[in-house]
Design a protein around this ligand. Structure first.
Ligand code: NDP
Length: 292
């Protein structure tokens, strides 16, 4: 088994982004700027946003965090988004999910100007991705594609089974793996909770991408010998054994599956770090006006 090391690849890509950000600052006279909106103080969301902000600063971006408490109205939030859309000094805007029930996430996503939608969730970006046009690719699938490329994983002609069909991970991932590109050119099976014989499906996979949200769901008996295994899962559990007070688990049972996989991502230290790089790359592309 060989590790698909998110730390190694993400640090390498961040150095390249830092060079681009420095050149942008000297040419344009300002730093690329990402704004994150956080509603409430969910532990996981706090951690993810803090990490995104920290990484922005690390590569020479400006980052701003706008906080709302849980009872902010949908109208107030949409008004703020529209205000940010108009601000020419802001390149990227993300609204951390999940949102409280009284706020419609679809409305929020569609209100963000697609040219600042560096999470890549807006229908314009998803539609353009389908058609291979310039767009912001959703940050997690984008990060996974960068990882596959960095390790020169052969994907053409392979059978890729994606487990999970969310709009932010599984569905866009299945489209990217099927595209006529490298990485890509896979035969893709997109599975979900209504899939019959899931184990048999996954056993046929040369590449497994797990985005389910269930700790250690994929076990060694479900995986073909030599498969490439990408674990998107970030399942947080409280723990008195860590400094942070919680522990992260993937959707893949790493200990058993790593004995069969040819390549595998760890959790933590895999896809999560690459997601942040996807976000930074999108923000840089936005600053440079690459998405119209
Ligand atoms: P969602 O909850 O939106 O989607 C989960 C998907 O898994 C759904 O399509 C669901 O099927 C499917 N599923 C659930 N149970 C089963 C089952 N028993 N068998 C087969 N399929 C099943 O999750 P996300 O896509 O947002 O996230 C998935 C995981 O990835 C989470 O752990 C999340 O925290 C993590 N994540 C990690 C990121 C990173 O940067 N590493 C970024 C984003 C997410 P159905 O549609 O039928 O309900």
């Amino acid at each position: 088994m060989q590790l698909l090391d998110g730390k190694y690849v993400s640090e390498k890509v961040k150095l390249e982004i830092a060079q681009e950000a420095a050149a942008f600052l000297s040419d344009i006279g300002r730093k690329p700027h990402l704004i994150a909106i956080l509603v409430g103080n969910d532990g996981g969301s706090e951690t993810y946003v803090a990490s995104k902000m920290k990484n922005c600063e690390k590569v020479g971006f400006k980052s701003s965090l706008i906080r709302y408490d849980l009872n902010v109205t949908e109208a107030e939030l949409l008004k703020k988004i529209k205000e940010i859309n108009e601000d020419v000094t802001v390149d990227g805007l993300i609204v951390q999910l999940p949102l409280p029930k009284h706020i419609d996430p679809e409305k929020v996503t569609e209100t963000i100007d697609h040219r600042k939608d560096v999470d890549g969730f807006h229908p314009v970006n998803l539609g353009r991705m389908m058609r291979n046009l310039p767009c912001f690719i959703p940050a997690t699938p984008y990060g996974i594609m960068m990882m596959l490329k960095a390790y020169e994983i052969e994907t053409a002609g392979k059978h890729c089974v994606v487990v999970g069909r969310s709009n932010i991970v599984g569905s866009p991932m299945s489209i990217l793996m099927a595209r006529n590109a490298n990485p890509g050119n896979c035969t893709v099976t997109l599975t979900h909770s209504r899939t019959v014989n899931l184990k048999e499906m996954i056993l046929q996979a040369d590449i497994v991408i797990a985005a389910i949200g269930k700790k250690n769901f994929i076990t060694a008996d479900m995986v073909k010998q030599g498969a490439v295994v990408i674990d998107v899962g970030m399942n947080r559990e409280t723990s008195d054994q860590t400094k942070s007070g919680y522990k992260l688990f993937g959707d893949v049972d790493f200990d058993s599956v790593s004995e069969k996989a040819s390549w595998i991502t760890p959790v933590p230290g895999g896809v999560g770090l690459m997601t942040i790089v996807g976000l930074l790359k999108n923000t840089m592309a936005s600053a440079k006006g690459e998405i119209y």
